[in-house]
Design a binder for this molecule. Structure first.
Ligand code: ASP
Ligand code: MG
Length: 406
């Protein structure tokens, strides 16, 4: 007998028929003698719909009340699901975040889980019940409802799996698993059988939106084995697990891209102590997350500084930087929204030489100009013109032996 935590995303519970088929699937696993805790998201589109409702009342909804509203989406799913299970002759209980005892901090809309009580869930499991838990929600220490941020049901599931010391946490979604790259732009993409937490974190933060980043961080911290798989198919998906020695044999596990950044350059910045601090302070104060930063070496006491920001923050960033540029006596500020970041990811990079060189040569052969480069232990990223994104992804995928029939 195993204790299994399963999580079904919005599309998997997107209609009554789908809720019924999820119920059947859960019952099948339960019948094999397993204890089942099932975390559900709101039905597809519901959370967006609730946000729209709030916006009809006011453009700036009160954060506490917004969380009260948004948490109802998951309440609907767990209730319908538990009804479905019961109608099929099995016993189930739906529980909301506060009933379980999912304790969070007070940050409405992006609360973090501090602690989870397992008593109630364990009691229900001992009675032989299937337990349905509303994802994405918790309670702060003053008894207010909080939500965990978009996609937060993944985190609920992983946190529950950790707290209950579950044998596995299965994340059911509308894709088969984690792919070597985005199959929509590269038909040669392959499903990975296994990937390490760190690779998954890099892939997720670079735009492979299958798993919420926080959930992967949680899984890594508490060693929760994740299985990402399709709710529409029987076959297995991708295991997200601690790194093993074997994984280093594969140099590159995936190629990702991100079109959601823009580039800002400040020309002829006086090269003196404190300048970087001055340039980035207003951006930091405005909550703008700066990603890559490059500073050229200066020849005549002046240097160019280039960095990337999220596209939605581009205009604001330019305004803020133009102001500082004047103050510090820089020449001018340039911006470019038509860029993309293409990255290769793999734990094997740690033990293989020449990986970056191969990436640069591959792009050069296609005449793709590299605008910026950044590297970390298991990732190399190049910023290129946006129009080359798809081409860059495909040629890198092939060059690093990831194509289906290679
Ligand atoms: N319903 C929430 C959302 O749409 C949480 C989730 O689905 O994980 O973001
Ligand atoms: Mg999701």
């Amino acid at each position: 007998m195993a204790l299994i935590v399963q999580k079904y995303g919005g599309t998997s519970v997107g209609s009554i028929d789908r809720i019924k088929s999820v119920a059947k699937r859960v019952i099948d696993t339960y019948k094999q003698g397993n204890q089942m805790v099932v975390v559900l998201s709101a039905m597809a589109g519901q959370t967006d719909g609730l946000i729209e409702l709030a916006k009809k009342v006011t453009q700036d909804p009160d954060p506490r009340e917004l969380d009260v509203l948004l948490s109802t989406g998951e309440q609907v799913s767990v209730a319908l699901f538990a009804m479905a299970i019961k109608s099929m002759g099995y016993d189930a209980r739906s529980l909301l975040g506060f009933q379980v005892g999912i304790h969070t901090d007070k940050l409405y809309g992006k609360a973090r889980i501090h602690q989870i009580d397992t008593k109630r869930i364990k009691e229900e499991l001992e009675k032989g019940r299937i337990v349905a838990v509303a994802g994405f929600q918790g309670l702060d220490e003053d008894g207010n409802i909080t939500t965990l941020g978009r996609g937060g049901s993944d985190t609920t599931a992983v946190a529950l799996a950790a707290a209950l010391n579950a044998d596995i946490c299965e994340i059911y979604t509308d894709v088969d698993g984690i792919y070597t790259t985005d199959p929509n732009i590269c038909p040669e993409a392959r499903k990975l059988d296994v990937i390490s937490y760190d690779e998954m974190l890099e892939m997720a933060s670079l735009g492979a939106k299958v798993l919420e980043i926080r959930a992967v961080e949680f899984a890594k911290k508490f060693n929760v084995k994740l299985h990402v798989r399709s709710s529409f198919k029987e076959e297995g998906g991708t295991m997200v697990v601690p790194e093993t020695k074997d994984m280093e044999k594969v140099v590159v596990s995936g190629v990702t891209y991100n079109k959601n950044e823009a580039r800002v350059t400040i020309k002829r910045v006086p090269d003196k102590p404190g300048i970087a601090a001055k340039i980035f302070k207003p951006l930091f104060d405005a909550g703008i997350v700066v990603d890559m930063i490059i500073q050229n070496t200066s020849e005549d006491g002046y240097t160019d500084m280039t960095f990337t920001v999220p596209k939605p923050d581009f205009k604001k960033s330019i305004q803020l930087v133009e102001k500082v540029a004047k103050e510090i006596g820089a020449e001018k500020v340039l911006g470019d929204e038509n860029i993309a970041k293409v990255s290769i990811v793999g734990v094997g990079m740690r033990t293989h030489a020449g990986v970056a060189q191969k990436m640069f040569e591959t792009l050069a052969q296609e005449g793709i100009n590299i605008l910026m480069i950044s590297t970390s232990e298991i990732k190399i990223s190049c910023v290129v013109e946006e129009k080359y994104t798809e081409l860059a992804v495909r040629v890198l995928h092939r060059a690093f032996g990831l194509d289906k029939n290679q």
